[in-house]
Ligand binder design. Structure first.
Ligand code: XMP
Length: 320
């Protein structure tokens, strides 16, 4: 529509005027905000934009490949994928306390990102971020509200100063729905523009307790099934988030006449307006049964599926 087109036109000329002949770096997560920022910057400055995607080993199935296909091959953005999964998993070894896991993941991310900036950052003057208007407000709120630190949300705080880079935040006056409209107008696929939120620490906070490669793999398989069934049934678009959680608990099951002692997966599906409060979604029983059957039949080492029926508050959306 008119306002979206108008925004894009003005943003493109603003970005060009600000950036001049400099290079711009953007940390691409694959989420809505950084994706739209990437598409907008690419429209404005083309090859002067370099995107860095960090594979932290805590991504869902196929995520890295999807980012490579869309931004690298389709949009032909200068995309650098940094595979740091071994480093993240090594650092997380033996750590089970949630806040400690978040801190390790956050710190390692900043470190890896900073290192890749040093390697590819010649002639770079700007660091771009997909900051939205609510983030601008929230960072003020977080500074003044210790309750907001119940879970430390990770970002690249302090990095621009250390790297002597200027910040470029082309979406900072927009709300989420406006960002989605801009993304669609720039040709991003609907699956990207309408993605559910995904936490920065990724599956690192959805494998409860110590994170290992094997547990991550079990979780990925279960999560893929849940997302497939949510999309197929049309429920994906109706809810705020839908994901699986790996519980480090074993339970007894039976396959044929063999006893099967293996892991438990929790299904978490919630509705929300702003993530401050949330209610668990009353999915149809038939759909729940189908999801549960598929997970226990198709994912080796899962013997049981449970449904999370907690609202926020007092529970949070994520389990860690
Ligand atoms: P909680 O679990 O606090 O989550 O109810 C509220 C919303 O925030 C997301 N979330 C995060 N996002 N980094 C993020 O970028 C994080 O560390 C993080 N922790 C939670 C969560 O998925 C939900 O949408």
């Amino acid at each position: 529509d008119w306002t979206t087109k108008d925004f894009i036109k003005h943003a493109v000329s603003d970005i060009r005027r600000t950036v001049g002949k400099s290079r711009v770096l953007l940390g691409l997560s694959g989420g809505v905000d950084s994706s739209v920022a990437a598409a907008l910057l690419h429209r404005a400055i083309g090859k002067q934009l370099t995107c860095v995607f960090v594979d932290n080993g805590l991504l869902r199935a196929g995520e890295r490949e999807a980012v490579e296909a869309l931004y690298g091959r389709h949009f032909k953005i200068d995309l650098r994928v940094v595979d740091a999964s071994a480093l993240f998993l090594r650092r997380l070894k033996g750590v089970s306390e949630p806040e400690q896991k978040r801190k390790i993941i956050g710190r390692t991310f900043v470190e890896v990102f900073e290192k890749s900036l040093k390697q590819i950052g010649k002639g770079v003057d700007y660091l771009a971020q997909g900051t939205l208007y609510p983030d601008v407000i929230e960072s003020v709120a977080i500074d003044n509200n210790p309750a907001a630190l119940i879970k430390s949300h990770h970002n690249v705080g302090g990095l621009p100063e250390r790297m002597k880079l200027k910040l470029l935040e082309p979406l900072r006056e927009l709300f989420k729905d406006e960002v989605r409209a801009v993304g669609e107008a720039l040709g991003l696929p609907r699956e990207v523009v309408w993605r559910h939120p995904f936490p920065g620490p990724g599956l690192g906070v959805r494998v409860l307790g110590e994170v290992t490669r094997d547990k991550l793999e079990v979780l990925r398989q279960a999560d893929t099934i849940l997302l497939e069934e949510m999309r197929k049934s049309g429920w994906y678009a109706k809810v705020w988030q839908a994901f699986c959680v790996f519980l480090p608990v074993k339970s007894v099951g039976v396959i044929g006449d063999e006893r099967n002692y293996s892991w438990v997966i929790a299904v978490r599906v919630v509705e929300s307006i702003d993530a401050m409060t949330a209610d668990w979604t009353r999915l149809p029983y038939d759909l729940l049964q189908h999801i549960s059957n598929r997970i226990t039949n198709e994912v080796r080492d899962v013997s049981r599926v449970v449904l999370d029926i907690s609202s926020k508050p007092p529970a949070t959306i994520e389990w860690e």
